[in-house]
Every structure is written in structure tokens, then in C-alpha cells.
Design a protein around this ligand. Structure first.
Ligand code: GL2
Length: 820
């Protein structure tokens, strides 16, 4: 690996051995003879971190010396997973470290498993941020990721009698060798209080925010190692701490306990990740979290600008780009205005221009319930000055651009306003984000089109040039090289190295689909992963599955729009057919689910219970005779995904058209040679374009057909009565057969029938079931299936997050690639 030539001496087996043993002895105080597996994991990680930190410092120095523009990625979530193996492979020292450890009697692959997942995110949005961090370093782009140092990540899921139970995820109870505290960059954040207007000597008014409560933000840095590159950027996560002077008065009065109680309250701000995916709950603590990390991050960016350069404020955007990962950090817009107007005394219009040039915004969902709004009264209590600023932005906008474009049109003003007036005033964070930035992007072509046509039609009319599409991608390092090193090696052997950094090269694999000996090797790798996953399933679920059955996988958050229940109804239908006809022929299938439901999402939890109830019947029914197994792997997360994805044959991407903004699991699975059964939704549309209709299974209503169906009037009962298969399956599921209790799955059945089936499960069922019959036929023709699988892997080049990131760099951030 060329890029590391300058520190080659550090990367020899002997040097690594010395580092690891030194850390064992001097950092951990352990004896080599008696050190625990965890000690070995920590010592190895620290040895790797030493090498990485050297490059992080070099990168920072280089970026500063060249005075380059940096992107600052603001995200409330980062779903990083484990770091050791990824960092070893990305820095090209995996083999040397493996040898070093084995010479000391240790197995690297088992040490790697000691690392707890860093699960500081809910799902796709958080994992996307993690993939982007990998690509930013790999593509040599100057970047900093900002987020929250949550003490507890996404909850740990357990099933008790088939029902989800949540436990805290204490991922850093034992510390983490990857993070480094940077107390010298601590920040102070103000909250609550009130504003007063004052006048300067010329009688000009200005605002002061007074009698606030203070919090401190301590930054923790995590180095992000690029693949085959010397750039090491950092992810900077803020931990909330009580101000030293916090409630000093109470303390002095002798109320020691009371003072410490307040301190504990201050520290709850970074305690726990909100476990909601794509839905918001409007809670005060969430707003405080958002403002806390935004204020710390902007203060950090401003500090760097002021100390690094001697430039006027108008040059701020030429040094700093700030990307808002969804609306969660949108309060950054009024915060930067506050800094520029109140603290730096800039004119409003100049401050506003700087803001718009600095920020850009990614929208990740069209679901109305996920569009963040904040009750204005709550907002005012927590951030009184920011609400004033938002009102002022809104006033100038409505009286300026909107009035100029649509004079006297109250309807347009209502539609565009940053404030929703119905049912109590609410701040619309998506409108604020579009208005306060120079670019708004969707995350797949279809999603961006719907964003412009349906979500922001008026903004799109007013500012068409602000909107663009940037289709998501995933890092091929973690999602192929790390999770499927066997396939990675086969690809390199076949088309040479280079494809891991230039994914367009992957297409060279396409011609190997016709090579039967290649097909056999490709298939043997898949089978190896299936054997491995079968063992995990045996160990965690106590069910034995055959690696020769089709592994049909649906792994993602549990949500009605993702339609795990559509999958389940099809399973119930197969089960019924098998019982009715002992000779029913089908390729044996293992249906594999992995999904967490938001703890307060009652219906999603009912669906989990239903899947588990069906699983326990199917898996123990001798009449099934090996044709069907249903597996629900508990506690789905990044690490288990790395085991499931390489073992998958079929990838279920079956959301209601128009609901899944992009999806990224769809890309990871296809990259690892799973065929997709999917709707024309999100990035599935572009996967279809890449692989061709002969290599994918598409079913269901299109976005336009969904609209037509609603216009006609949708009645799920029509579909219930028209399909005997569907009717019998639903009624059976809602009977006492699966749990002994009639009412157990009534909520599930009601949602599909009497509550109107909001995600069109009934309407799409027949199309789905007949598409599944096609899948069955294709799987029974193994040479055909394997060809299709290879075409899928070969044609995924577009979906590398490197491509996505380079598009952001060119079209949004105007960022140079800097070799370090
Ligand atoms: C999501 C979308 O639902 C998903 O389709 C998309 O792939 C990701 C990343 O862009 O973003 N939006 C969202 O709020 N979550 C997502 O996963 N949580």
C-alpha cells in the first residue's frame, strides 16, 4: 500500500508486536500471560490508533497550512459499528497485525468480536453518515463530522415470548480505545433565559440573551481512516457536562445534594439517543440535544476561522461548508445568525448571505410524520433569541421574495411560511433548512423528484436552482472488503486491485457471469457465508437451517411503510399451502428478519410479535418438512448485518412506492450478490436501471398508480374479498392458531382492513405473491440465479458512497481533493 510507505517501519510485524505488548504492560498494566481477551483487543486497538493519530495530526496540519475549505457534517446520528477491523483493513495493516498476534498466540478474528458496536444511530440515516465519513477520508476531502457522544446508543433488543423488550446499550461502559478527549476545545452553551433589547450610542437596537443556563460540551475525537489514503479526518462528538459554576449559589448555601442533582440533569443531555426512526416526538430534551451539539459545533468552526485566518467574515463560507443531515441540526441556521448579528455585529443582510452560502441541507424523508416541527411556545422557552431570529427571517422572506413573486397571495404565504399557524404556532424546520441554505438535495432520483413536486412545490417554483439529487451510496470497504473478504479477494484476483477505490472498475466483473468456474467460486463463497450464518442462527435462535435453502432477507427498521407484514402474509400463505398440500413444491426457503421497532410504536411491535409467533409454529411443524423456516434475529445492528448480508440470496425491498426515500440496505445486499425483490421505490429504481430488468424482481404499484388508486378511493376490503389466498391468510393469522389468543393480532388485522391499510399492503399483495413465485422458479435454476447474482455485484459501481461524496464535493461544497 503506497500511501503508507512513509510509515512502513511502523507497520512491520515486529513493530506491531512491540506496540501491542507495550500497551498491555504500560497502558493497561496487564501481564502478557494473564491478560484477558478484552485487554488484548484494547491493546491492539491502541497500537492501531497510535499509527492513525500520527496521520490525523498530519492531515490537520496540511489542511490548515493550505487554508482549504472544509466540510462540516452535522448529524445527530452516526451508526459506526465496530472500528478495529475496518481501520486495520483501510490502513493496510490487517495481515501484519494478524501475524503479529498469532505469533503471540492470539487470534485477531476473535479479538475483533470483543469490540462493542458503536450504535449511535437508528438506521439508514445514521449509517449513511458513517459511510460518508469513510468516503470523505478515502477521497482525501478535508472534513469534520460533528455529533453527540451518547452514553447509551440505540437500545439492545431482546424477545420475551416473541415480544420486543428494550434494554440500555452501554456501549462504552468499559471506555473505548478509539476516542480521545479534547478538553482544550470545550465549549459553553446557553439555554433558556430571555432576551432584552438595548441600544448603542447611535440609538441602534440590538438584542441580548440573558439569564441563561449554561452547559459545557466536551469534545471526543474519533479518527476516521481512509482506505489507501493518508487522510485521517475526525468525528468530533460532544458530551454534555455541567458548568463548574452550575448552581454555585445553591452549592454555597450548603445544598450539596441539590447542586449535584442539577449537575446530573445537565448531563442527561448527551445520555441517550432517541430511538425513533423517521418520526419525531417533539420532546424538549430532543430540542436541547439538537441545539447543544449545533452550538458546540458552530462555536468550534467559528473558533477555527478566527484563529486560523485573518479574514473578513465575508470569507467565512470560503473556508467552511456546513451540511445539515436532515433537519435535526437546522437550528444551526438561527444560531449562526445570532453569532454574526448579535456577537459579531454584522448587518442582517450580510449575515444572511453568509448563512445561505455556508449551509446545505439533505432531506431524507417524505413521511409527513417525520417532518420536524417545534411548538413555538416550547421553542421560545428553550431558545428565546432563536425564535425571534426565525420570526425575522420569516418576515423578510414573506415580505421580500414571496411578495415579489406572488403579490398579495395569502395562500402562497401560508404554504411557504416558516411558521405553521393551524393548531397552535409551530416552527417548520424543513422550510427553515431550505430557506437558510444554498442547496437542498434528495437522496435518490425518485425521492428528489417527489421532493420538488410534492413536498416543496412552492419553494421549488421560487428557487428551482437550489434543488438537486444526490443518490445515496455505501462504502465498499465495510460492506464488501470487511464483511466479505473472500469475495473481495476473488474480485481483486479477477479484475485487479483498484476497484475498492474506483468503484467504476467493478463492471469488469460482468463478463465473468458466463464463466462457469468463476460462478462456482462465487457460489462457494456465498455458501460459506450461509454456513456461517446458519451457525449464528443455531446459536442465537436455537433453530437449524439448511445452507442450501434460499436465504430470503429483510433487514431494516420495523415500520409499516417498509411492509414487513406484507412479507409475513406471504409466508403465512406458503405455510397454509404446504399444510393443505403435502406435495406442494417450492425451493426450500429461510425467511430471515432483523429489525428494531421504536419502543412506543405499538403496531410495529405487534408485527414483531406476529413474525415470531408464525416462526415458532412453522419451525416446529413436521408437516413443513424442511421447506420453510422463519428466523427473527434479535438485536439487529451493524455487526450482525455484516454477517447476514454476505449470506443473503434474496433482498426484500418492498416499501410502498413513494415512501422509502432511498434505502441503502438494498445497495449492500445487491453488492454482495443478493437479488432484489422490490417495488419501484427509492433507489430500487436506479438499481433496476443498473442491473437491468432481467436481474431483479419488480412488483407492485408505482407512485403514479398509488396516486390514482387514492383518487379513485381505496378500499382494502375490495382486495380482501377478491383474493381467497389473502383472505384465508389474514384470517388465519388473526385466529387463535398462532398464540392461543384470538385478539393477539387484531391490531395488525384492523390496520389492514378497518383502519384503511395506509401503506397499501392489500393492494400490492397479489402482485407480490406472484413475483415471489417467479423468484422461486429462478432459484430452482441455479446457473441462471448465479449469473444474475454476479451481474448484481458487477453492476453496483454507481452505489459507492465515494461517488456520492464526490458529487457533494463538486456540486454542493465546492471542495478540493487534497493529497496528504
Ligand atoms: C432515511 C430514509 O428512510 C432512507 O430511505 C434513506 O436511505 C436514509 C438515508 O438517506 O434516510 N430517512 C430517515 O429519517 N431515516 C432513514 O433511514 N432514518
Amino acid at each position: 500500500m503506497e500511501a503508507l510507505a512513509n510509515c512502513a517501519v511502523l507497520n512491520t510485524t515486529d513493530s506491531l508486536k512491540l506496540s501491542i505488548t507495550n500497551h498491555l504492560r504500560f497502558t493497561l498494566g496487564a501481564y502478557i500471560e494473564t491478560a484477558s481477551e478484552n485487554d488484548w483487543y484494547v491493546a491492539t486497538s491502541l497500537a492501531v490508533r497510535d499509527r492513525v493519530m500520527e496521520r490525523a495530526t498530519q492531515s490537520r496540519r496540511q489542511h490548515r497550512a493550505q487554508g482549504v475549505r472544509r466540510v462540516h457534517y452535522l448529524s445527530l446520528e452516526y451508526l459506526m459499528g465496530r472500528l478495529l477491523e475496518n481501520n486495520l483493513r483501510n490502513s493496510g495493516i490487517y495481515e501484519a497485525t494478524k501475524v503479529a498476534l498469532s505469533e503471540m498466540g492470539k487470534d485477531l478474528d476473535s479479538l475483533v468480536q470483543k469490540e462493542p458496536d458503536m450504535g449511535l444511530g437508528n438506521g439508514g440515516l445514521g449509517r449513511l453518515a458513517a459511510c460518508f465519513m469513510d468516503s470523505l477520508s478515502t477521497m482525501d476531502l478535508p472534513a469534520i463530522g460533528y455529533g453527540i457522544h451518547y452514553e447509551f446508543g440505540l437500545f439492545r433488543q431482546e424477545f420475551v415470548n416473541g415480544k420486543q423488550v428494550e434494554h440500555p446499550d452501554a456501549w462504552m461502559r468499559d471506555g473505548s480505545p478509539w476516542k480521545i478527549a479534547r478538553p482544550s476545545y470545550r465549549q459553553t452553551v446557553h439555554l433558556y433565559g430571555h432576551t432584552i433589547q438595548k441600544f448603542d450610542e447611535f440609538g441602534r437596537p440590538h438584542h441580548e440573551w440573558v439569564e441563561t443556563k449554561c452547559l459545557l460540551g466536551l469534545p471526543w475525537d474519533i479518527p476516521i481512516v481512509g482506505y489507501d489514503s493518508n487522510t485521517v479526518n475526525v468525528l468530533r462528538l460532544w458530551q454534555a457536562q455541567a458548568d463548574e459554576d452550575f448552581n454555585f449559589k445553591v452549592f454555597n448555601e450548603g445544598s450539596y445534594i441539590e447542586a449535584l442533582r442539577e449537575k446530573a440533569i445537565a448531563e442527561t443531555v448527551s445520555k441517550v439517543l432517541y430511538p425513533n426512526d423517521a418520526t419525531e416526538s417533539g420532546k424538549e430534551l430532543r430540542l436541547v440535544q439538537q441545539y447543544f451539539f449545533v452550538a458546540c459545533s458552530l462555536a468550534d468552526i467559528v473558533r477555527r476561522f478566527k484563529t486560523g485566518y485573518d479574514l473578513p467574515w465575508s470569507e467565512f463560507p470560503s473556508k467552511a461548508a456546513v451540511q445539515l443531515n436532515d433537519t435535526h441540526p437546522a437550528v444551526a441556521i438561527p444560531e449562526l445568525m445570532r453569532i454574526l448579528v448579535d456577537e459579531e455585529k454584522l448587518e442582517w443582510s450580510q449575515a444572511w448571505e453568509i448563512c445561505q452560502k455556508t449551509f446545505s441541507y439533505t432531506n431524507h424523508t417524505l413521511l409527513p410524520e417525520a417532518l420536524e416541527t417545534w411548538n413555538a411556545a416550547l421553542f421560545e422557552r428553550v431558545l428565546p433569541r432563536h425564535l425571534q431570529i426565525i420570526f425575522e427571517i420569516n418576515k423578510r422572506f414573506l415580505e421580500g421574495d414571496v411578495e415579489a413573486r406572488w403579490p398579495g397571495d395569502g395562500e402562497k404565504k401560508r404554504a411557504l411560511s416558516l411558521i405553521e399557524e393551524t393548531g397552535g404556532k409551530k416552527v417548520r424546520m424543513a422550510h427553515l433548512s431550505v430557506l437558510g441554505s444554498h442547496a437542498t438535495n434528495g437522496v435518490a432520483a425518485l425521492h428528489t423528484r417527489l421532493l420538488c413536486e410534492r413536498l416543496f412545490p412552492e419553494f421549488f417554483e421560487l428557487y428551482p436552482d437550489r434543488f438537486l439529487n444526490l443518490t445515496n451510496g455505501v462504502t465498499f470497504r465495510r460492506w464488501l472488503d470487511v464483511c466479505n473478504p473472500q469475495l473481495s479477494a476473488l474480485i481483486t484476483e479477477s479484475i485487479g486491485s483498484g476497484w475498492l477505490k474506483d468503484s467504476t472498475k467493478l463492471i469488469q466483473l460482468d463478463r465473468f457471469a458466463d464463466d462457469s468456474s468463476f460462478r462456482e467460486r462465487f457460489h462457494a463463497i456465498k455458501r460459506g457465508h450461509k454456513v456461517h450464518l446458519a451457525k449464528i442462527i443455531q446459536d442465537t435462535c436455537g433453530v437449524s437451517v439448511s445452507p442450501d435453502a434460499m436465504f430470503d432477507v429483510q433487514i431494516k427498521r420495523l415500520h409499516e411503510y417498509k411492509r414487513q407484514h406484507l412479507n409475513l402474509l406471504h409466508i403465512v400463505s406458503l405455510y397454509r399451502k404446504i399444510i393443505a398440500n403435502p406435495n406442494f413444491e417450492m425451493a426450500p426457503r429461510v425467511f430471515i428478519f432483523g429489525a428494531k421497532a421504536a419502543p412506543g410504536y405499538y403496531l410495529a411491535k405487534n408485527i414483531i410479535h406476529a413474525i415470531n409467533a408464525v416462526a415458532s409454529k412453522v419451525n416446529h411443524d413436521p408437516r413443513v418438512n424442511g421447506r420453510l423456516k422463519v428466523i427473527y434475529i434479535p438485536n439487529y445492528g451493524v455487526s450482525i448485518a455484516e454477517r447476514i448480508i454476505p449470506a443473503a440470496d434474496l433482498s426484500e425491498q418492498i416499501s410502498t412506492a413513494g415512501k422509502e426515500a432511498s434505502g441503502t440496505g438494498n445497495m449492500k445486499l445487491a453488492l454482495n450478490g443478493a437479488l432484489t425483490i422490490g417495488t419501484l421505490d427509492g433507489a430500487n429504481v436506479e438499481i433496476l436501471e443498473e442491473v437491468g430488468p432481467e436481474n431483479i424482481f419488480i412488483f407492485g404499484l408505482t407512485v403514479e398508480e398509488v396516486t390514482e388508486l387514492y383518487a379513485k378511493g381505496y378500499n382494502p376490503w375490495d382486495f380482501y374479498h377478491a383474493s381467497e389466498d389473502l383472505r384465508l391468510s389474514i384470517d388465519w393469522l388473526a385466529s387463535d392458531y398462532f398464540t392461543g389468543n384470538q385478539d393477539e393480532f387484531k391490531p395488525f388485522r384492523d390496520s389492514l382492513l378497518s383502519h384503511g391499510d395506509p401503506f397499501l399492503v392489500m393492494a400490492d399483495y397479489e402482485s407480490y405473491a406472484s413475483c415471489q413465485a417467479e423468484v422461486d422458479k429462478a432459484y430452482r435454476d441455479q446457473p441462471r440465479w448465479q449469473k444474475m447474482a454476479i451481474h448484481n455485484t458487477a453492476r453496483m459501481g454507481k452505489f459507492s458512497s465515494d461517488r456520492t461524496i464526490l458529487e457533494y464535493a463538486k456540486n454542493v461544497w465546492n471542495l478540493p481533493q487534497i493529497g496528504v
